[in-house]
Design a protein around this ligand. Structure first.
Ligand SMILES: Cc1cc2nc3c(=O)[nH]c(=O)nc-3n(C[C@H](O)[C@H](O)[C@H](O)COP(=O)(O)O)c2cc1C
Length: 222
């Protein structure tokens, strides 16, 4: 698989088959992904990989925590800017509407939308769950580095026939995650990621998200 194919076939998958992914495969993906560039070669990423019972236990703890905090707690950072302006607002709205349309859930059915959203906290059924943290001292540049590491993981996954979904939804469980995984206070929970084999029969996985045209984001000067 070449890079273009990996990029073209990567998508956020929101329904996985339970088939396990060998630990060696995950280790191979992560080792290669760490070739990502980073300013000053700081390599400011850290990932907690959860498989088997360890993955199930986080899901269980979050389900338990939801009894008192159904939608989690405020994250430690702004997932989106507090006052999102155009065109970002509309883009966010559109992909959300398209996703719930694939689930077959109408706008008015808020409980069903919440139930679908809460599948985030089950890693959408994926056998591998990852939690990404970053040292609090790190600045915007290092968060970008972490993003490049994560993209490498998602592209390398394609070589193994695997799919992924990056998940900021996990940021609302930073307290539960910190306690369970003994994440030091010096690290901030950024997000999670599901990794596994896509359930191709799930309608939600047929979503192809839109992209702006080149001239909307690229400025050429000659
Ligand atoms: C950092 C990051 C966090 C994300 N968090 C979530 C999430 O919590 N739940 C979810 O379903 N999708 C999440 N997404 C997926 C985005 O919605 C998705 O990337 C976007 O709509 C484009 O679709 P595509 O990934 O299928 O190309 C996240 C993506 C990124 C990059």
């Amino acid at each position: 698989m070449n890079v273009s194919d990996a990029i073209a076939t990567r998508k956020s998958v929101r329904a996985f088959r339970p088939d396990p992914v060998p630990r060696e495969t995950v280790e191979d993906i992560l080792s290669r992904a760490a070739r990502a560039p980073s300013g000053g070669n700081l390599q400011p990423w850290k990932v907690y990989v959860l498989m088997g019972g360890a993955r199930d236990e986080l899901v269980r703890r979050v389900a338990e925590a939801r009894k008192t905090h159904p939608m989690g707690e405020p994250p430690e950072y702004h997932i989106y800017p507090p006052h999102l302006t155009e065109p970002y607002r509309t883009r966010r709205f559109r992909v959300g509407e398209q996703m719930y349309a694939k689930y077959g859930i109408p706008r008015e059915d808020k409980p069903a939308r919440l139930r679908a959203f809460a599948r985030n906290w089950e890693f959408f059924g994926a056998p591998v769950g990852m939690i990404f943290t970053i040292a609090r001292q790190m600045q915007q540049g290092q968060w970008a580095d972490l993003g490049m590491f994560m993209e490498n993981i998602m592209l390398l996954a394609r070589e193994h026939g695997l799919h992924s979904c990056p998940q900021e939804a996990w940021a609302v469980w930073h307290r539960v995650i910190r306690e369970y995984l003994s994440v030091p206070e010096s690290e901030m929970v950024f997000c999670g990621m599901s990794l596994g084999y896509a359930d191709e029969s799930a309608p939600v996985n047929s979503l192809v998200s839109e992209r702006a045209a080149l001239d909307e984001f690229a400025v050429f000067r000659e």
